[in-house]
Design a protein around this ligand. Structure first.
Ligand code: 4NP
Length: 155
């Protein structure tokens, strides 16, 4: 049975689609499934933001086929690991959790690199011009660490 990892941000068009594509590229497909979702519903059914698609392409990843969806409470049962991009996503997702088992699945993704510091992956949607490259680099480092741990744990 495949180990399932969910990446969560607010819109599911900028950060979490990149996180999904990056982590999926670092894990064997036969053992791991990676998906993404947004806590908000504005972009359900939409492709990722053109700037996320472009940054991914620059790094030889195709995320253009992804479609936005909203986080739902059944995701707590479906997924083994839930990584959120920032503290606001964390609060939104934790609010929906029914018990401690569900809460324990949720981690702020950059705590992987900076334990317990609760550093945000900044939302690049309205942000600075190189925001998407910065987000890519942060997620790439975090996903290197996550992939190494998951491969060691689930062999
Ligand atoms: P994301 O960025 O959470 O990284 O996908 C956002 C994209 C769109 C919106 C918010 C965040 N929005 O409000 O439309």
């Amino acid at each position: 049975m495949s180990v399932k990892i969910l990446m969560v941000c607010l819109g599911n068009i900028c950060r979490s689609p990149l996180a999904e594509g990056i982590l999926a590229s670092k894990l064997p497909q036969d053992k791991f499934t990676v998906d993404s979702a947004g806590t908000g519903s504005w972009h359900v059914g939409h492709s990722p933001d053109a700037r996320s698609i472009a940054i991914a392409k620059k790094h030889e990843l195709d995320i253009s086929k992804q479609q936005g969806r909203q986080f739902e409470t059944t995701d707590f049962d479906t997924f083994d690991y839930i990584y959120v991009m920032d503290k606001s996503n964390y609060n939104n997702v934790i609010h929906l959790a029914k018990n401690e088992t569900q809460k324990a699945k949720v981690q702020i993704i950059l705590n992987e690199l900076y334990p317990n510091e609760n550093v945000d992956v900044p939302d690049p949607y309205y942000g600075i011009s190189n925001g998407f490259e910065m987000v890519y680099q942060m997620l790439d480092k975090a996903c290197d660490s996550i992939a190494a741990k998951l491969k060691a744990k689930h062999r």
